[in-house]
Design a protein around this ligand. Sequence first.
Ligand SMILES: NC(=O)c1ccc[n+]([C@@H]2O[C@H](COP(=O)([O-])OP(=O)(O)OC[C@H]3O[C@@H](n4cnc5c(N)ncnc54)[C@H](O)[C@@H]3O)[C@@H](O)[C@H]2O)c1
Length: 270
Amino acid sequence: MSYNLLKGKRGIIFGALDANSIAWKTAERVFEEGGTFVLTNAPIAMRMGQIDELAKKTNSEIIPADATNIEDLENLVAKATEILGGKLDFVLHSIGMSVNVRKGKHYTDQNYDWTAKGWDVSAVSFHKTMQTLYKQDAMNEWGSIVALTYMASQRVFPNYNDMADNKAYLESIARSFGYFFGRDKKVRVNTISQSPTATTAGQGVKGFDDFISYADKMSPLGNATALDCANYTVSLFSDLTKRVTLQNLYNDGGFSNMGVSDALIEKFSE
Ligand SMILES: NC(=O)c1ccc[n+]([C@@H]2O[C@H](COP(=O)([O-])OP(=O)(O)OC[C@H]3O[C@@H](n4cnc5c(N)ncnc54)[C@H](O)[C@@H]3O)[C@@H](O)[C@H]2O)c1
């Protein structure tokens, strides 16, 4: 269903790797709502992914950019505004990667070069993206910037490893940069804290499938899907949420405010 919420709005969507990606679902929904955008991902991810298919479906162009590389970001923002024919109304940062997680390094035994790399990709890239948009004055007034995060930034989830720290840093950047973006350009900045979701990034986390079931049983509404996240993001890109900013917003079926659920107690009494 389409409500035309994003008619006439232009933006950039980072992080669509394959059809499971939250960014992929978001691009499809933004397209349905009348938004136009440029898709971007790391050059290496483009070789692995199927982003061409998404670009075709959504009539969008692809501009490769490593989100940790300032030159790539400057080129991306300059080209995107040129292709789309004006300043931007929305940007989705849907990027995360921990080298320690990928290589099976435990949280108590980190390789700090990998820690720094994961921090740069997962958190600082958000600052770099916003700084580039801010310096090029590339956002329209009342535009909206969203990044995706996970609850392990606020509470302990042992297997989330150093991504927990990266997400805490990411959420802080949203508030700190969001202040300046709001004050100077009337642009809002928020993070969505999403339920565990079966994607390439998600599946890197140890014991992920069991964990998805646990979260689902704990949440009165069950886990939020990638499509739910896409819909929430559409609402944050729309004019219906103009003064929502500096927030970390939970899209998690109620998980974040739960202590225990009947469904879980039942499991233990089996
Ligand atoms: N899957 C989950 O359970 C879950 C839960 C909460 C939040 N999130 C967050 O959602 C976001 C999207 O992840 P996803 O689950 O859709 O997985 P995904 O693997 O589909 O997306 C991650 C994306 O990050 C991109 N990326 C990695 N390094 C990059 C770089 N240097 N420059 C540009 N892009 C780069 C990848 O190519 C990929 O497209 C991430 O921030 C993730 O942490 C995911």
